[in-house]
Design a protein around this ligand. Structure first.
Ligand SMILES: [Zn+2]
Length: 219
């Protein structure tokens, strides 16, 4: 039974891991690697003079079969990129996801109310995956009600974190796990998540495989 790593920046050779490798527009070489991908422009790297060209690349490769999602894309109030530009770039990628019927992998820092507003207006049959979810339970439940998935990573090793609290209480069919760029293996993250939820790691693996199949309509 496979592990699913829903968001990572480095390819793993582990034969038991199915991964969604993040590819930035300037990293098209990664599209040769034998795995699934998400392709998108991250809010940290939005530059006034290059973002339109970067989105052209996202648009072009979005039709590749193994590109399962657009992203990571989103909003981040902790970086020095004007919010209006971030929103414009996010809206473009939301549009690409909706026209290609692909999921979105979302990076969201201190912008959950904006994201909820976008979600209310968007096509809710397109799944959104909030990667590195680390907000409160009320926000988690509002997103879940709108057909979103939440993905958790190394914050699960920090017991006072919101992620640690939230993953205990949300429905199992809304959860993904990820390594992102942390130096922790996906196996360790599964172990920790199973421990927190007090279930057998195999039950968690099976549930997340189901979630993956449902989210991407892949069996
Ligand atoms: Zn990432």
């Amino acid at each position: 039974m496979n592990y699913i790593n829903i968001h990572t920046h480095s390819f793993s050779n582990d034969p038991e891991t199915v991964q969604l490798l993040n590819v930035f527009p300037e990293e098209q070489d990664k599209l040769k690697l034998p795995c699934y991908y998400s392709v998108g422009l991250h809010p940290w790297y939005v530059k006034e003079d290059t973002w339109k060209g970067a989105l052209e690349i996202v648009r072009l490769v979005s039709s590749v079969d193994r590109v399962l999602a657009i992203g990571e894309t989103g909003l981040d109030k902790a970086v020095n990129v004007p919010m209006q530009t971030q929103q414009e770039v996010f809206e473009e990628q939301l549009h690409i996801a909706e026209t290609t019927r692909k999921a979105l992998v979302i990076h969201c820092v201190r912008s959950y109310s904006e994201m909820l507003a976008y979600r209310k207006k968007s096509d809710q049959s397109i799944p959104w995956i909030f990667h590195w979810f680390n907000s409160n339970e009320q926000t988690a439940r509002e997103l879940i009600r709108k057909n979103c998935f939440l993905s958790f990573g190394h914050m699960l090793f920090k017991e006072p974190s919101k992620a640690y609290q939230v993953i205990r209480n949300i429905p199992a069919d809304t959860i993904f796990l990820e390594t992102d760029d942390a130096g922790i293996s996906i196996r360790q993250i599964y172990q920790q998540a199973a421990l927190i939820r007090n279930i057998h790691p195999d039950a968690l693996k099976s549930q997340i495989l189901d979630n993956f199949a449902r989210c991407f309509k892949i069996t």
